[in-house]
Design a protein around this ligand. Structure first.
Ligand code: HEC
Ligand code: HEC
Length: 471
């Protein structure tokens, strides 16, 4: 992590502990993140409106989403084919796991206790000889790394890189005999402060996000312009270089559709070439190439839901996943309904909702009524905003610059463990409260809103946190 980020976090921590001290001296309440809501997990279900055949495709897609890949598909428990040569993990569901398949980083110690970081197992699976970087820990979030700038001859340049460098290689695996390929030099990149991390975003309700017309995003962007200006909030869409429409998936809203993201993730996270991204990445040594390309393709000899490629079926599964279901049960401390109601009001009085737009309308869907003309309670404007020096990752993607990020959708945060693009806000360091404080930084559009937040009483902050845990 870069120095800027460290400094911003420790300043926030300092501020926080001073506030804590004052409260403790008064003997009053100190606001804290209640933690993961512990009622039943209601996500991971299909939309209730699917037809019988759509349901078959959904189930088939789910099966492929949880399938573990090996290099040639010949290891019994790892029937998928095409892993590597470089990879970050070996199944979609290993990273998209919590609180149910389709979600984000799991944890072994937090409800629903899905398990340790799966990257630890994937790194040494089947005899692979990878070392584990210090930022991949058993109870920490799943992470991928990018190097903001190119390093040449051991020296940092100012030439942008910004791409994902896979943490692991298949070298040493029993199904990769003869492969010689080393991991990227993450030690050097750590020394040079030239590494940024990203955690997985959940995909519940993603089909709704996909079906919000550009016009709805733009109309919302242009609303309340006076108030936004007063608070220093602007925000703009990221756009596709291909057709000029608004892109909306990923931390920088860098990707257009679920199918594009699925194809990219298959190749980038797992090393599986496919019909959308047909070539192996990062110029790997030929000693590590075992399969013809694309490794994932249309299954011409199959029938029904088995015909489409994995990539298409991943997208079908994600598109048909129902959105998160808010609940007021299972929040630690059993806050009364009035607290959550008050928190909801504060969320709009502080103007969090100028970025985290509570709802957007989807357009008419050609697929299923559950995606058609729906009110998607995503709590995002799907725009990218300058978040300042503390959060900046120095990576540009499309129209999203070095400190710009998509307003993170807040639906489902009630059952989330790790927050912000690099997972810096964790249960150990304040969780949601830390995530909110981290919005402030030199050049952040959220500074005005966060100073309003800082002026709240501890009870009001608690109400806001309780409200967030009900989402
Ligand atoms: C090693 C962990 C890992 C694996 C394996 C993985 N992902 Fe992800 N996924 C991520 C990360 C990290 C992001 C955020 C990336 C970003 O925005 O830069 C992400 C984001 C996404 C998103 C964007 C959702 C949104 O609204 O922003 C989709 C869709 C997605 N992944 C689908 C998949 C699919 C399909 C697979 C399997 C082919 C997969 N992922 C495998 C880590 C992973
Ligand atoms: C200027 C726009 C803006 C405002 C105002 C804003 N946010 Fe955010 N919020 C963002 C962006 C962008 C991110 C993602 C930042 C990142 O990951 O680096 C985010 C992330 C979050 C997250 C973490 C979500 C996740 O998936 O990790 C929470 C929680 C959150 N915001 C709550 C709030 C609350 C509460 C307020 C009001 C006090 C608020 N935000 C005000 C833009 C905004």
């Amino acid at each position: 992590m870069r120095n800027g980020a460290k400094i911003a976090t420790s300043v926030a921590a300092l501020f926080c502990s001073t506030a804590l001290l004052v409260q403790a001296q008064r003997g009053g309440l100190t606001a804290s993140d209640p933690g993961v809501r512990s009622d039943t997990v209601a996500v991971g279900q299909p939309l209730p409106t699917l037809s019988a055949s759509q349901m078959q495709f959904f189930q088939d897609g789910l099966g492929r989403f949880i399938e573990v890949d090996s290099v040639s598909g010949t290891i019994g428990s790892e029937p998928g084919k095409g892993l590597g040569p470089g990879f970050n993990s070996n199944s979609c569901s290993s990273c998209h796991a919590q609180p149910a398949t389709g979600g984000t980083s799991p944890s072994a110690s937090v409800f629903p206790n899905i398990g340790p970081n799966p990257q630890l197992l994937a790194a040494t699976d089947a005899g692979a000889t990878n070392s584990i970087p210090p930022f991949i820990t058993s109870d920490g979030p799943v992470r991928e790394m990018r190097f903001p700038f190119l390093v040449m001859g051991g020296r940092l340049t100012s030439i942008p890189d910004g791409s994902v460098h896979d943490l692991f290689t298949i070298a040493g695996r029993s199904d990769a005999a003869g492969c010689a390929m080393s991991q990227p030099n993450y030690q050097l990149m750590l020394q040079l402060n030239n590494i940024i991390l990203r955690i997985p975003t959940p995909v519940f309700g993603a089909g709704l996000i996909e079906n919000i017309p550009d016009a709805a995003i733009l109309a919302n962007m242009n609303s309340k312009s006076g108030l936004k200006q007063q608070l220093g909030i602007s925000g703009h869409p990221n756009v596709s270089g291909n057709d000029g429409t608004i892109t909306r998936f990923g931390w920088k809203a860098q990707n257009k559709t679920l199918e594009v993201f699925a194809g990219e993730a298959y190749n980038v996270e797992m090393g599986v070439t496919n019909e959308l991204f047909a070539n192996e990445r990062a110029n790997p040594p030929s000693s590590c190439l075992y399969n013809s390309t694309p490794e994932d393709a249309t299954n011409f000899d199959q029938s029904g839901a088995q015909i489409p490629s994995d990539t298409v079926q991943f997208a079908t599964f994600m598109r048909f996943l129902a959105p998160p279901v808010p609940s007021t049960h299972g929040i630690r401390g059993n806050p009364p309904a009035t607290s959550i109601q008050n928190g909801r009001q504060l969320f709009s009085q502080l103007h969090c909702d100028l970025c985290h737009t509570p709802t957007l309308q989807t357009g008419p869907s050609n697929l299923t009524p559950g995606l058609s003309n729906q009110t998607a309670a995503l709590y995002s404007d799907l725009l990218v905003h300058h978040m300042g020096s503390g959060l900046a990752d120095q990576v540009s993607q499309g129209a999203a610059g070095p400190d710009e990020f998509r307003t993170a959708p807040l639906w489902g945060v009630g059952q989330r463990i790790f927050f912000l693009h690099d997972g810096r806000a964790t249960p150990a360091n304040g969780g949601l409260l830390t995530a909110i404080q981290a919005h402030a930084g030199r050049g952040s559009e959220a500074n005005g809103v966060i100073s309003l937040f800082n002026n709240l009483s501890e009870q009001q902050k608690q109400d806001l946190l309780n409200f967030l845990r009900s989402l």
